[in-house]
Design a protein around this ligand. Structure first.
Ligand SMILES: [Zn+2]
Ligand SMILES: [Zn+2]
Length: 314
């Protein structure tokens, strides 16, 4: 009897609040220059090997590194073909999709999830015969019919084929009126929020981030959303006129304060913020981390991802 009680107790503890929900394998983490380390993150349910790829700046170099560090098992070709089940592409800039285009000949058929303007950019600039070949199933002819575009209507969830995930897109402003987007990804009751490149609402003269914070506040309050992946491209010394639709540590704090206000609290304790898209030179990459850690008024838990090193998220 005691034995069964102990089993029951340990099951209860395992499924408690501190349970590990997601695995994140960064294939690329920087916001420029290092063409072998640009925004790309494999997301799976903890312990699962079916991945949704969040942006695809770098693929192959990231897979090789992740195999070396034992964050991924298997060979790079097999992982590309069989374990990456689909791509979410946040916007049309090269540093978020070059890896997908370059690896398309070696890839297997799968879906590309993106808001309509991003799919248009693929069709008119990348999957065309003057720059590459059309590996998708619509757009310029002849088409190789490998990738299928799934246009995302903002705020409307869609299932991610061959994964346990559902994905909801939100628009972001990345030098207004140029659109980037965020993906709110869920598996059962658990959520994670990934943002593509974005400026702050005040600089962008936009309300996109404010709307996103209001949309996700109830999920944070209920404990279903614990991780936000967001860019910080420049250190605080970058003049506001030269942000090109990006955030600094101070601007991230400005936006996080709005999220806290939407929650009706003054702290975001318990929320993990994975910092993406820090732009080289490498002194700046370090400086951004220092500035975030030195001034953390909302008390978030910062994570600075490294290429090829798996992160287990609550
Ligand atoms: Zn961009
Ligand atoms: Zn970018």
């Amino acid at each position: 009897m005691k034995f069964f009680f102990l089993i029951f107790l340990s099951l209860f503890v395992c499924s408690g609040l501190s349970a590990q929900q997601f695995d994140l394998v960064p294939l690329g983490v920087l916001g420029g220059e290092h063409e072998d380390n640009l925004s790309s993150y494999l997301l799976s349910v903890h312990g699962d090997d079916r991945y949704l790829c969040l942006d695809a700046g770098t693929i192959n170099a990231g897979l090789r590194k992740a195999i070396m560090t034992k964050s991924l098992k298997g060979g790079q070709e097999d992982l590309l073909k069989n374990n990456i089940k689909g791509y979410f592409i946040s916007h049309g800039h090269l540093d978020h999709l070059a890896g997908l285009v370059m690896n398309s000949p070696a890839d297997a058929p799968k879906n590309i999830y993106a808001i309509a303007p991003v799919i248009e950019i693929f069709k008119s600039h990348y999957f065309i015969s003057s720059t590459w070949a059309n590996f998708a199933d619509s757009g310029e002819q002849p088409a190789i019919n490998k990738y299928h575009y799934v246009p995302l209507t903002p705020k409307t969830p869609v299932p991610v084929e061959n994964t346990p995930f559902r994905l909801t897109a939100y628009e972001l402003s990345h030098v207004n009126p140029y659109l980037s987007s965020a993906a709110l990804v869920s598996a059962g009751e658990n959520y994670i929020l990934y943002l593509g490149d974005t400026g702050a609402d005040r600089i962008e003269r936009s309300e996109k981030l404010g709307e996103l914070w209001h949309a996700v506040a109830p999920l944070i309050r209920s404990g279903n959303l614990k991780t936000i992946m967001i860019e910080v491209s420049f250190p605080n010394k970058q003049p506001e006129k030269l942000l090109f639709g990006h955030l600094t540590p101070a601007l991230l704090n400005e936006e996080l304060a709005k999220l806290a206000a939407a929650l009706g609290t003054s702290s975001l304790k318990g929320v993990t913020v994975v910092v993406t898209h820090r732009k080289p030179p490498i002194q700046n990459v370090k400086l951004i981390s220092e500035e975030l850690l030195n001034k953390n008024p909302l008390q978030v838990n910062y994570v600075f991802p490294e290429q090829g090193r798996k992160i287990v998220l609550p």
